[in-house]
Design a protein around this ligand. Structure first.
Ligand code: ADP
Ligand code: MG
Length: 468
């Protein structure tokens, strides 16, 4: 049977006719077919930056070309070429290299060891869904993460012993998922025979639903309850999903009783997860709860430098400083800025400088990824969640519920739209700026005092950012 490699040059030819030469050279030539079987349609990218950018901007064209070539719907999968992945050597050693055919094109990339590893497949002990790049070594410890990091390394040394479960919470893009994979990778390194499984709460639920549909619930139970380490990401997703909570509760108990390590993450603390069953909440609180917070400037710079180093690229210090100063609350966005810069540089052949960075990134820094939030968006979301109308929000009526919704909307407008107090006052039926200022202070105070309220405000903010 022929594999993708034999078709690859012709697929590239189709692409070549569709895109500019420069784009072709930069984004398509570096790809390598990786599939063992033709139906895999897997192509390798030189690094993660490349892969993220490619998937967002060029994968569509590749899929079109494949579809055109084969005359049926094709979607390619992407992976980072193994030879460039910064896997620790001993982890690499634990995967058997697969011999390559003699006539295979060896490529002229330096250091291309051409070892095929499949780290996402279970090994002898069983590592399920762990990302080998998310290690403790690749995690930059800073002021906002030192406690969580200390706890994570402690349980990786003694899984199931003291801090069980470990519950890590904090905002989006701050490294929760990374840390939890790092725990798994480290335990796998020290105890190759342990079974370690990473799932998101959503996957857990889908798995459960699928097992019910296919009459496989015993297998489902065996699978999760047979783990030595269970890493469950984004457990706030379980809120309001009663039967999934029920099943998760039993899984939790089974593992806990056997002293198996459980690690949970969430964008908020157990107390802030509304509509979580009390018995589950209390279990989440049995072990260690630690939060992670946005990194300070020094840490952001250190993180960028690490990314640059790991990916073998050069970016001047003043540019790194510029990015770190402008993105303060989300490391994923820090990385996004880097990708954008690198792509621009490679497309235009220009050297990366501060001037170029500000040209390329200023729009990226301004808005959230989904475009700016408008006051009207805020009103709409708040009205929906409080069951009031926009007209009521703008009116002079001051029933308690309405006043509350209005204050909250003003607060969110202030936090998220960049509008001034005066502009907000005007939008809310011509109110004075001091009224808006007062509303903001009041809500801020309540957020500090009431974790549940904080959780629901965060929900609204996320909805506004288009994350929900
Ligand atoms: P979360 O799960 O909190 O939303 P992730 O763990 O997915 O965040 O992190 C987002 C990205 O930022 C990942 O690529 C991760 O590797 C990177 N990252 C986050 N925190 C750090 C850190 N302290 N050091 C290095 N990289 C980090
Ligand atoms: Mg995450």
């Amino acid at each position: 049977m022929m594999n993708l490699e034999s078709y690859w040059p012709e697929i590239l030819d189709v692409v070549r006719q569709k895109v500019a030469q420069q784009t072709f050279n930069t984004w398509f030539l570096p790809l390598e077919p990786e599939s063992a079987a033709p139906e895999d349609m897997l192509v390798g990218c030189p690094n993660h930056f490349f892969m993220d950018w490619f998937s967002e901007h060029h994968l569509g064209i590749l899929n079109e070309a494949g579809t055109h070539y084969f005359g049926k719907d094709i979607s390619f999968g992407l992976k980072v070429k193994e030879s460039t992945s910064p896997l620790p050597q001993d982890l690499l050693d634990s995967f058997p290299p697969i011999p390559l055919d003699d006539d295979e094109e060896t490529g002229d990339r330096p250091g291309a060891a051409r070892v095929v590893v499949e780290p996402r497949q279970p090994r002898s002990g069983g590592v399920y869904n762990l990302n080998p790049d998310y290690t403790f070594e690749n995690f930059v410890v800073g002021s906002g993460t030192d406690l969580a990091f200390a706890a994570a390394t402690a349980i990786a040394k003694n899984p199931g012993d003291r801090f069980n479960p470990l519950f890590v919470h904090g905002g989006v893009g701050l490294g929760k998922t990374h840390l939890m994979h790092a725990v798994g990778n480290e335990i796998a390194r020290n105890w190759p025979h342990k079974k370690i499984c990473y799932v998101t709460a959503e996957t857990f639920m889908n798995d459960l639903i699928g097992s019910i549909r296919d009459n496989r619930t015993p297998e489902f139970k065996l699978k999760y309850r047979g783990m030595d380490v269970l890493l469950v990401d984004d457990v706030a997703f379980l809120a309001g999903k009663e039967s999934t909570q029920e099943e998760f509760f039993h899984t939790f108990n089974a593992l806990y009783d056997l002293k198996k390590q459980i690690v949970l993450t969430s964008d908020r603390s157990p107390k802030e997860i509304t509509t979580l069953e009390e018995r589950l909440r209390s279990r989440f609180e049995w072990g260690l709860i630690t939060d992670i917070q946005a990194p300070n400037l020094e840490t952001r710079i250190a993180i960028l430098k690490r990314k640059v180093e790991v990916n073998n690229i050069y970016i001047p210090d003043d540019v790194i400083g510029y990015i770190a100063e402008n993105i303060t609350d989300n490391i994923r966005r820090l990385e996004g800025a880097l990708i954008r810069l690198l792509a621009f540089a490679s497309l235009t052949g220009r050297e990366i400088s501060l001037e170029m960075a500000s040209e390329v990134l200023s729009s990226f820094f301004r808005g959230n990824s989904g475009g700016p939030v408008r006051i009207a968006d805020v009103m709409e979301v708040v009205c929906k969640s409080h069951d009031v109308s926009v007209d009521q929000l703008k009116s002079k009526r001051r029933t308690q519920d309405l006043a509350r919704a209005r204050q909250l909307a003003m607060f969110l407008a202030r936090e998220m739209t960049g509008a001034s107090l005066n502009q907000i006052g005007r939008a809310f039926g011509g109110r004075d700026h001091s009224t808006v200022a007062h509303a903001c202070q009041k809500i801020q105070k309540d957020i500090g005092a009431d974790p549940r309220f904080r959780g629901s405000v965060r929900d609204l903010q996320e909805r506004l950012r288009g994350k929900k």
